[in-house]
Design a protein around this ligand. Structure first.
Ligand code: AMP
Ligand code: GLY
Length: 428
């Protein structure tokens, strides 16, 4: 393979981690990140383009002889950026890491993903799919379930599409509100109602070319803002990898019952798939169930997972793009990784921006991945709710955790916040 020019789409901690990892490849020529952040600047060139500006991305790829497009977030995939590349005679030779629309719908439509799992006997919560026309049936379905009640908007809703409510009265109200389109717009006019599953969650990732796949290290993410998993949901406040309860026996079940039927199911249905599949799983009495699929890597899981991959990621992505994953293997670092996310004052509500961030350059014993940052007048300032992720490795989860919490103190900005209990539950 010749020296490769890569464009990464996205601007979060996930994309900084991708940039950091790809920059280590001897086969990299030039790396570009659109739009990137102040951290991705350390590894490549930021390009002032929106991830949904397909025409702008086309022009950039042609002018800069891009050989590989790596799509970080779901939105351009669900909108069809991969299809856009394939349909264009001057772009179609550029491999895209991230599925076409037909595969991205695994994330883009909860109703589709639930039907898909049913067709392929993949374990998931019992459910029904309803619209405003079938409100009566939806209410009957709710009455047949036990509390709490899980309501999911069908479409992409930027992390706001899942409601878990304690009483049937509240569930009825929320259901009407969602179906009216007032709450989430078109994303919510079809609603999936699910049985509530009680258990521990984990995130499992594969890289697939549509036929074969490589399993990445698994991770656990911490979704709530508050210590002890309390308060509002966030994009993710931290992650650990590996996950102790995902032992070999459990992962064998995950492969046999979930990953393989998913990859085979996509193939059997004629759905091409190049890229990552993120399985949001829950372990219920020892058995794995799928909570959701995502058509991309997780954030902040990527910041914990990529540092544990020893193989050259560029080679793996190149092989995925060429349908040659069967020739490849992924070497995994046995050490534990722990990621702490530093967030802005106010997050996940309205949050502060423009805060001057200091001290991150003096972190030596850990990796710093920028999330919402930008460079302004030679300074790095906050520009998002999730500001920076810090990942430490250690020979044990305990050691990774000690190191991460030691190093994270060095990063300073006004009203910074992070959860002090990331990984605590993994030590027992
Ligand atoms: P999602 O936005 O699909 O990741 O869902 C957000 C969170 O809601 C998940 O991470 C779970 O914690 C929870 N959740 C979703 N579906 C269920 C379910 N059927 N039973 C229990 N918890 C669920
Ligand atoms: N950390 C969960 C996600 O990326 O969706």
């Amino acid at each position: 393979m010749k020296n490769t020019n890569i464009l990464i789409l996205g601007s979060g901690g996930r994309e900084h981690a991708f940039a950091w990892k790809l920059a280590q490849s001897k086969r990299l020529n030039k790396l570009f990140i659109a739009p990137g952040n102040a951290g991705t600047l350390q590894h490549g060139i930021n390009v002032n383009l929106s991830v949904n500006d397909f025409e702008g991305i086309k022009v950039f790829c042609l002018e800069n002889a891009i050989d590989l497009l790596v799509v970080g977030p779901e939105e351009p995939l669900v909108r069809g950026i991969h299809d856009f590349f394939l349909a264009d005679p001057v772009l179609k030779h550029i491999p895209v890491i991230g599925p076409q629309k037909a595969g991205a719908v695994l994330e883009g439509s909860k109703a589709f993903s639930k039907e898909f799992m049913k067709r392929h006997s993949i374990p998931t919560a019992a459910y029904g799919t309803f619209t405003a026309q079938t409100l009566g049936e939806a209410e009957l379905f709710l009455e047949g379930l036990d509390a709490p009640y899980v309501l999911k908007a069908d479409g992409l809703a930027a992390g706001k599409g899942v409601l878990i409510v304690d009483t049937i009265e509240q569930a009825r109200l929320e259901l009407r509100e969602m179906l009216s389109g007032n709450m989430l717009g078109a994303a919510g006019t079809t609603v999936v109602i699910e049985e509530f599953l009680a258990g521990v969650e984990l995130s499992v990732f594969i890289l697939t070319d549509g036929k074969d796949y490589l399993l990445l290290p698994e991770a656990k993410d911490y979704k709530r803002i508050g210590v002890g998993d309390t308060g509002l949901n966030t994009g993710g406040m931290g992650a650990v990898s590996p996950v102790p309860f995902a032992n070999e026996a459990f992962m064998d079940k995950v492969r046999a019952r979930i990953i393989e039927p998913t990859v085979k199911g996509l193939h059997a249905e004629g759905i091409p798939y190049t890229g990552f599949i993120f399985f949001g799983l829950i372990k219920v009495q020892g058995e794995p169930f799928v909570i959701e699929y995502n058509c991309r890597m997780g954030d902040p899981e990527t910041e914990a997972v990529l540092p544990r991959i020893q193989s050259d990621l560029l080679e793996l992505l190149d092989a995925a793009g060429k349908g040659r994953l069967s020739d490849m293997r992924m070497d995994i670092d046995p050490r534990a990784a722990l990621t702490i996310m530093l967030v802005a004052g106010g997050y996940p509500g309205a949050y502060e921006k423009g805060k001057h961030i200091t001290g991150f350059e003096s972190v030596q014993d850990a990796l710093v991945f920028h999330a919402g940052t930008k460079e302004e007048g030679g300074k790095v300032v906050s520009a998002g709710g999730r500001v920076m992720a810090l990942t430490a490795l250690g020979d044990s989860a305990f050691e990774a955790r000690e190191r991460a919490f030691q190093e994270v103190k060095k990063i300073q900005y006004e009203h910074s916040f992070y959860r002090s209990d990331i990984g605590k539950d993994m030590l027992a």
